[in-house]
Design a protein around this ligand. Sequence first.
Ligand code: PFF
Ligand code: NA
Length: 456
Amino acid sequence: MSNFNQDGQREQWGSKVGFILAAAGSAVGLGNLWKFPYMAGKNGGGAFVLVYFIILFLVGFTLMLAEITLGRYTQLNAIGAYRKISKKLSWVGALGVLAGFIILSYYSVVGGWVINYIVKSFTGALNVADAEALGGMFGDLISGTVEPIVYHAAFMLLTMIIVLGGIGGGIERSSKILMPGLFIMIVIIAVRAVTLPGAIEGIKYLLVPDFQTIIKNPGIILDALGQVFFSLSLGMGCMVTYGSYLSKDTNIPESATAIPLIDTGVALLAGLIVLPAVFAFGYEPSAGPGLLFITLPAVFAQMPLGSLFSILFFFLVLFAALSSSISLLEVCVSYVVDEWKMKRKTAVFVIGFAMFCIGIIASLSFGQLSHIKIIGDRNFFDSLDFVASNILLPLGGLLLCIVVGWVWGTDKAVKEASNNGQLEFKLASSWSFLVKWVGPIAISIVFARSFIIPLI
Ligand code: PFF
Ligand code: NA
């Protein structure tokens, strides 16, 4: 796949809805369904959700618009876009590529778990209502040696095959059916989850903030910051890349509002499935990365046609994961193709294989290598996630604010975002203020609070 069609024009999304769905496809993924509920569970529920919302409103929408606008203006990949703004800035794009590389390495391990759960749904292995048995089954899977690596390989291969074949038609077209399908399914499942006996505790846990938790544990703020970036696919040039395929008449402010809203809606719905189930079945909200895989089958067991729901749901989770993983791989591939002049096919194989190898260590860090702690008491898997989500993505966002707000300049950016003043961009001046001041200061404060103050 090249980025140009036969007439030498840059490829474009087929329609406005097509772009929103593809970008929402990148945003909506394991970050919403798997990571958001367990991060919320680990960080005091409502406290985490409150901080998440504050950061979403101050930084999330702002950076979504900044990335898409930068992409459409430059019509280039992440590195090229920064270089077009200033020759000295390509390293900012390269930092994003590094983040994408790290994220997909462990994302694919979780994608493998999802494939395994599709298989388990078919064989009826999940058809047990016993909470403890479900927890044990998940523990056995991830702490295994060969099995999770085989499934991780399968997920990585699927991602590579799609990226090899080109993103255009396939992903855009299938997103139009599958994303709404996913949405309807999780609404139905959420209704069942919140009506379970005892579910009210979980709803309260998710939605009622306890301010003491935030004050006592400032790590929540860094986790929430990282989660906003991770979930919205921000801070690594992914939305720059997707924006680069936009036509000049798209309404960017509208898209940049819709995508975060869709993403947040799906995350909250996932939280409304997982946390009520945690309380209804007597699990621990802080159980960690397995939360989704343990609680969901327990909910299905309480539903009519549960096995059917289980199969359908894990398929949709897989699809959501793939529409995100391809965007992660694409950012890395397009860099190597453009900058190192590598063939696209070679790039996909070399990068995919390198990610697979790192993912092996991430997978083993739940089993054979679980005694090895890298950052604090985090195993290798959690350390990769910490470095990428909590350091590299917010750092990328901080640099993006500086580049768009100060180097390129908000006047030029607003001109691009409003299609040369042809469409109304009501919040242009608030947005400019947020990019130039609020974004950089907010991110710097969270970094300072997390990395400098604790050391003193
Ligand atoms: N936003 C994706 C998710 O929530 O699963 C993960 C992701 C995709 C992060 C693409 C970053 C990215 F560039
Ligand atoms: Na997301």
